[in-house]
Design a protein. Structure first.
Length: 246
């Protein structure tokens, strides 16, 4: 019975792993396709369709409109939150798009530069505005009129963000994002020769779940040996991260 259960688990892992690999391929292809389809399926209502999320000169007025808007009822506050959510989604989509392109092509300087431009130049500019929007929400007299079944978690999260925000942390967060990108670039370039094929370390993870102990052991050894080749570079990144935190 135990053997049968173990076999079922292995079959499920193989099927799910295969599906996830196909999903990764689909996402990779989708990331290189134009965003026209997404714009048609999910049209914007607050942020203009012509607005470029990667251009701060076009995005800053959206933050200013939200800050300047008068809120005179709970329904207006709710619409304000919807518009804020759309603005946040535009920025998140832009960040994720650049991140995906960078991580799928860690050897492409142009994609690396594009992602770093976002985290170093655009993202830090959004954080003081987000704090001001949090303050506006917290101070709104109609806040208590929102349905707690829908907005309780959001309300609690915004309160926490207000307490935790420190402007001095913004450059530290930027440095942390830069270090993460360098680590991803380093690890993304790592490959090993396994069973006659060149494989990335991510592709090697599935072999760590094989029932054949000798195969698992060999896969683990090759992964560790490859990481050890860049031991000094990885250690330097961790040391810089500790300095940033301290």
């Amino acid at each position: 019975m135990k053997y049968l259960m173990h076999l079922c688990v292995q079959v499920i892992r193989r099927v799910v792993g295969s599906r996830l690999r196909w999903l990764g391929l689909v996402l990779l292809l989708a990331s290189s396709a134009p965003a026209v389809r997404a714009a048609e399926e999910f049209p914007r209502h607050f942020v203009s369709a012509s607005t470029q999320p990667g251009n701060w000169a076009e995005m800053e007025p959206c933050f200013q409109k939200l800050l300047e808007r008068k809120l005179e009822s709970a329904s207006e506050l709710e619409q304000w939150l919807v518009d804020w959510s759309e603005l946040t989604a535009c920025l998140s989509e832009e960040r994720i798009r650049r991140y995906n392109q960078m991580t799928c092509h860690t050897d492409d300087p142009a994609r690396e530069k594009s992602y770093l431009e976002y985290v170093e130049q655009l993202e830090p500019l959004t954080k003081p505005y987000i704090q001001k929007l949090n303050e506006k929400f917290a101070a709104c007299e109609y806040r208590k009129g929102l349905d707690p079944r829908r907005y309780k978690v959001l309300d609690r999260s915004i309160e926490a963000e207000l307490k935790l925000f420190r402007s001095d942390n913004i450059p530290l967060q930027t440095q942390e994002s830069r270090l993460k990108q360098q680590y991803q670039k380093l690890c993304g370039a790592m490959t090993v020769q396994f069973e006659g094929q060149e494989r990335t370390l991510k592709q090697m993870e599935r072999y760590l779940e094989e029932t054949d102990r000798s195969q698992r052991q060999q896969a683990w050894k090759q992964i560790v040996q490859r990481r050890m080749q860049d031991q000094e570079a990885i250690s330097m990144l961790y040391a810089r991260a500790q300095i940033t935190i301290l």
